[in-house]
Design a protein around this ligand. Sequence first.
Ligand code: ZN
Length: 79
Amino acid sequence: MKCEELLQYLSDYIDQELDEELTAEAQEHLATCHNCRVVLDSTRQTIFLFREQGKRNIPAQSRNRLFSQLQAAFLKSAP
Ligand SMILES: [Zn+2]
């Protein structure tokens, strides 16, 4: 799995909505890719913050904004 693919699946991965095969691929990638782990952590934190505020799900709009910010930051840090 490539970083771009992982980012695409990240929200489903966090929600544990990926199928087994993709989950395994994502885990494998995360085990070897520091950048993606950082992105995963910050995404998770954001999602937890929303949930602490009593919102079960991040509104799609905020979620999309979050992911595009992450993607931009991530692409900037990529070699
Ligand atoms: Zn990666």
